[in-house]
Write a protein that binds this ligand. Structure first.
Ligand SMILES: NC(=O)c1ccc[n+]([C@@H]2O[C@H](COP(=O)([O-])OP(=O)(O)OC[C@H]3O[C@@H](n4cnc5c(N)ncnc54)[C@H](O)[C@@H]3O)[C@@H](O)[C@H]2O)c1
Length: 332
């Protein structure tokens, strides 16, 4: 089996993890080079923190010999441009979510992928998390009968405001994972949403009409109802959960402890929680990238694909519009 050479666009919080994965954790692939923003490139060259060769920019990366596939893990506002460039260059693409920072941009990115037919996977790692994957399997096997209701929760520590300025907002950056998990677990598309939001943590979010707490009600095409609850506050550690109710029972994926051991003492029960998403999803992040590499080797379409990326963005957009205007808003 020949090894697939990867280029990475972006080596920040998430890009550094994918780069480390490609430096030994992923079979059948290796890291060739990366492109980062000019200021980061200067800093990384000075302090020696780059995990690979750094080229001048994304265009140079795509022209680097040995780069067969690309991971787009630049800021969300650049995904459209970087996906379209990589597709035109004929590279297989793994892109972090969201597909773009607008529905029009996401449609453009999706069209570039469809038109060139390059393999594409979007970074919805929850589908590869052992808990979410088991929940999906149980539901698909009929363990809870007909699905009737969904609940998803994500609470995380707030990132720097400068990151949030280009993230698209709470529903585009954070809740989008619950929107995809909802589609994945319920097995249907969302028809309409109704959202509310508030600022409880960071007043500067008002400068760009963002929020740090949000609730989104979902109505699926098949009549199933759902709710997604998101917040940029998690003082007790990273917190995610999904609960799917059916006519025979419910499936809950929430075992979120850092170690599978609890201390029972003095009338108390203690366990440790994960602090950061990189820690909580380390298995899922590696498994999703391995699945992408395996699909390229097998010549099968990677999943979740560009249409899943687009559907999730459409829900994020509808939720944002509903939060601003009030009332139910159709998705798409
Ligand atoms: N799947 C997940 O759970 C998850 C978690 C975190 C972030 N993300 C996504 O990953 C993306 C990156 O997030 P992050 O937290 O790593 O951000 P970050 O700010 O830590 O890193 C961004 C990186 O992009 C680089 N960059 C900026 N402009 C560039 C350009 N023009 N050309 C090339 N590189 C450029 C920067 O130098 C930096 O290395 C975002 O889209 C975010 O939504 C996904």
């Amino acid at each position: 089996m020949t090894s697939i050479g990867f280029g990475i666009i972006g080596l920040g919080r998430m890009g550094a993890f994918h780069a480390a994965s490609l430096n030994g954790r992923i079979a059948g692939a290796h890291l060739v080079a990366a492109a980062v923003a000019p200021a980061d490139r200067e800093r990384m060259l000075a302090d020696g923190s780059a995990l690979c060769t750094l080229v001048s920019d994304a265009e140079a990366l795509l022209a680097t010999p040995g780069v067969d596939a690309v991971i787009v893990v630049s800021p969300s506002s650049l995904h459209r441009e970087h996906i379209a460039m990589a597709a035109r260059a004929g590279k297989a693409i793994f892109s972090e979510k969201p597909l773009a920072d607008s529905v029009a941009g996401a449609r453009e990115a999706a069209e570039a992928v469809r038109a060139t037919g390059v393999p594409f996977q979007i970074g919805f790692q929850r589908r590869f998390d052992p808990g979410y994957a088991r929940a999906r399997q149980l539901i698909a096997d009929g363990a809870i009968g007909k699905v009737e209701m969904f609940r998803g929760i994500t609470c995380d520590r707030i990132p720097p405001v400068e990151f949030l300025r280009t993230s698209g907002g709470l529903f585009w950056d954070l809740a989008i994972h619950d929107f995809d998990a909802a589609r994945f677990l319920v097995g249907d598309d969302v028809a309409e949403v109704c959202a509310a939001g508030s600022i409880m943590v960071e007043p500067r979010l008002a400068e760009f009409d963002d929020i740090d707490h949000g609730i989104v009600m979902l109505r699926f095409r098949n009549g199933v109802l759902g709710v997604c609850q998101s917040s940029w506050r998690a003082p007790y550690g990273y917190d995610i959960r999904a609960e799917v109710h059916g006519e025979l029972g419910k499936v809950v994926t929430e075992v979120d402890e850092q170690f599978p051991a609890r201390l029972y003492r003095d009338g108390r029960l203690e366990s440790s929680r994960h602090d950061q998403f990189v820690e909580r999803f380390s298995v899922a992040y590696t498994t999703e990238l391995q699945a992408f590499v395996d699909a390229i080797h097998a010549g099968t379409p990677p999943s979740p694909g560009v249409e899943d990326g687009l559907k999730a963005v459409e829900i994020s957009d509808a939720a944002t519009r509903s939060r601003r205007s009030g009332g139910w808003v159709a998705v798409g």
